[in-house]
Design a binder for this molecule. Sequence first.
Ligand SMILES: Cc1cc2nc3c(=O)[nH]c(=O)nc-3n(C[C@H](O)[C@H](O)[C@H](O)COP(=O)(O)O)c2cc1C
Length: 173
Amino acid sequence: MALPAFQAANAADMRRSMGRFTTGVAIVTSGVGDSACGMTISSLTSICLDPAILLVSLTEGARTTGMVADTGRFAVSILAARQEAIARRFATRGGARFEGLDCEYGEYGVPMIEDALVQAECDVHSAHQVGDHAVFYGLVRNLRCREGTGLAFYSGRFGDFHDFGHDEMPWMF
Ligand SMILES: Cc1cc2nc3c(=O)[nH]c(=O)nc-3n(C[C@H](O)[C@H](O)[C@H](O)COP(=O)(O)O)c2cc1C
């Protein structure tokens, strides 16, 4: 079969192409008490280790985006494979977020997803408007990690990770 021709990038092609990049899935939460909000993301990236800084890219107009900008704080919960329903819940526009959901809390009081693989509380280190997204660099203040398998996302579908059975490598980066 002939290779498709290169063509000028547009939003639909960008979404379809970047969907081929398998990612984990996380929930970004911000705000406390009744004003808490959250959304599903795959744009989580580790930026540097010392200091510990991560990045999230949040669409303009989402309630969570405004809350992160207003409070200067957010939390990240990296989901386990069995938490697909939570990923769907937090990706539904206008849908219920915390009703009937058990959360865990750290120093900041921002709700985090119970039994998530990783929970991190962050201060906004810096923020940039990039096109229709707000990119937040988060200085990680508090962090905890559990054993388990992460939820994966590829080409619009959820799944989990199966390794090739090779020895673990001491990757340095
Ligand atoms: C697997 C997955 C990953 C997503 N990643 C992002 C992301 O990185 N940034 C983003 O702005 N929206 C992302 N979304 C879409 C938001 O979760 C969705 O638009 C959400 O409803 C926004 O919150 P709102 O309802 O308060 O606007 C993702 C959705 C899914 C299902």
